[in-house]
Design a protein around this ligand. Sequence first.
Ligand SMILES: [Zn+2]
Length: 409
Amino acid sequence: MEIYLEWIQEYLLAIVAVVIMVILFFHYLVEKDTGVKLSKRYRNSIFEAQSKVFLNATQYLISGNKDLAIKEFLNAVDINRETIETYFALGGLFRSNGEIEKAISIHRSLIARENISESHRLRALKELAIDFDKGGFVDKAVETYKDVLKINRDQFEVIQSLCRIYEDVEDWDQAYHYRIMLSKVGHNNQAETISHILVQKARIYFEKGEFAKSREDLEDAFRFAPSVSAKILRLRVQLHDGNLEQAKFSLLELLKEHPMYASFIFESLEEGFKGEEAEQEQYSTRLTMLRDYFLELDDSEFLNSPSVILSKVRLLKSRNMLEKAYAIMEPWVNNHPHNSQAIYSEYIKLLIDLGKSEEVVKYTKDFLNSFHQSLTKHYCNECGYNSDEIFWRCPQCHSWETIQFRWKV
Ligand SMILES: [Zn+2]
């Protein structure tokens, strides 16, 4: 598959050239029978000239000379200005060749033409928006995509592009607006993504200390879908509001559903918000109580997850409760022959702290045997993107909630 893709990329221009030749030949055949105005001889000469131009262009392309190929295509446009497909092909060719300005001027000239059908004009406008988008002119791309939607709202790809741009720049109000629009035009269910976007809005309000607005958006998020990010933020809100019992229940529910998120949940809870000092202190007291509750939990349902074990051990170590950490880790390590490096390294560090030198030697050997390089804390299970940051939306493939956790050594 990859070999084919590479081949297509390498010969993209040549393929386009051949396609154009076929189109022109088809035009020639159609016009040959229906031609009214042009004399037969004149038409034949145009076709010959075009064929020659495209043969030249194809040759340049095969020899890798893209600039000369494009020059030949421009010649063809001069020969028969009515062949609109040639313009579109040429515009696309310039764009894929990175010559955005030339692509823009071709598409602009198409839009400005008087003798062009409305559907062609709309198509040219869409192409122009893509030019701006690819060229990194974000504002102009947005404006032009919106112009397309003013003419025809039923444009899935255009709306999708606007969603991507607004999510990239983290304009969550606009991202929400266009995601809703997308859900009306397309057949894919957007509820999960809309929930994530609303959680982003709610999180920003929460951190700014605007709790009423935060609660409102968070409720909306749950109305669309109970995404993990929504549940984690709800936990933060409950701690802030002083609903400790509810917070305990939410934590338990989260751990049962997603034990692998254990460490991330506690990391998120530590992130602050703007507010009075007393408010902050209350929050951190409640957080300590929630941590105590977590350490007391003894539920085999989710205690079977290495992430939960490690979260507990790290929490205990930060409180200097080494014997208790050892009591949790020792049976775990011995009952699971294929442990991750994170488990081993955490365990060995603990053994060193406790002065258990014989065990240190034994487990260091196991650890070295299991060694694979691991570089980042998180990765995307869709495209493999690696990052130490938390990403609900993958910056590389733009999928939502594809993040996977690995434990950093
Ligand atoms: Zn990805």
